[in-house]
Write a protein that binds this ligand. Structure first.
Ligand code: IPE
Ligand code: MG
Length: 212
């Protein structure tokens, strides 16, 4: 989800206003995913690198996260959404961790959309923690140690705001993902843009390195 800051700047607003409007896009995309029968929607909300932003912005983002995690329960229950938050939990505040745990627990029996929020996540961090745990346990395969173990690899990764890079997102898991890059800034990315991205995905020929 990229482009909140530029969206705000274009309007002479504070960056945090961009993040707040971005949350409206999250709501729209979660709702559309449920309506369209998407099984798993992942959102890259905050990377390990994002901790190096100015302190006020990091604090504002963490506050917004806490607010959403604590206030969205009813909405998630009525839409049958199972929420999973994945990332480097050690860097999150105890209050936020507790709020995440309770949202995950309360929605754990919902059978509709699985909504994965990547928070304080980075692909290299994930591979490193997986390798460390594998070595400690004497395992012989990385995959079961990745934080995403048990969840499917993404079929499609959409990046908004005109940037054409992966920025340390799901490095291992994106091995055969399709990518759609759109110039639309995240706060403007709503149902119509999402539909366009899914149509583009539908036109792709996925061969997984094989011959068809
Ligand atoms: C994405 O928007 C939100 C987060 C990374 C939390 P940005 O904040 O990266 O917006 P730009 O890239 O400055 O426009
Ligand atoms: Mg950005």
């Amino acid at each position: 989800m990229d482009g909140n800051g530029r969206w705000a700047k274009e309007r002479g607003l504070d960056r945090v206003c961009g993040h707040k409007t971005g949350i409206e896009s999250v709501r729209a995309i979660v709702e559309a995913s449920g309506d369209w029968g998407i099984k798993v929607l992942s959102l890259f909300a905050f990377s390990e690198e994002n901790w190096d932003r100015p302190e006020e912005e990091v604090n504002a983002l963490m506050q917004l996260m806490f607010k959403e995690v604590t206030e969205e329960l009813d909405n998630m229950m009525s839409n049958n959404v199972r929420v999973v938050v994945l990332g480097n939990r050690a860097r999150l505040s105890v209050d936020l961790r507790d709020a995440i745990d309770s949202l995950m627990e309360e929605t754990s029996h919902n059978t509709g959309l699985v909504l994965i929020i990547f928070l304080s996540y980075s692909g290299k961090w994930d591979i490193q923690q997986a390798a460390d745990r594998m070595a400690a346990e004497g395992g012989d395969s990385i995959e079961p140690y990745l934080i995403t173990a048990g969840y499917p690899d993404p079929d499609l990764i959409i990046r908004t705001s005109g940037e054409k890079r992966i920025s340390n997102y799901l490095l291992w898991q994106a091995a055969y993902s399709e990518f759609v890059f759109t110039d639309t800034l995240w706060p403007d990315f709503r149902k119509d843009s999402y539909r366009d991205a899914l149509w583009e995905y539908a036109s792709r020929d996925r061969r997984y390195g094989k011959v068809k």
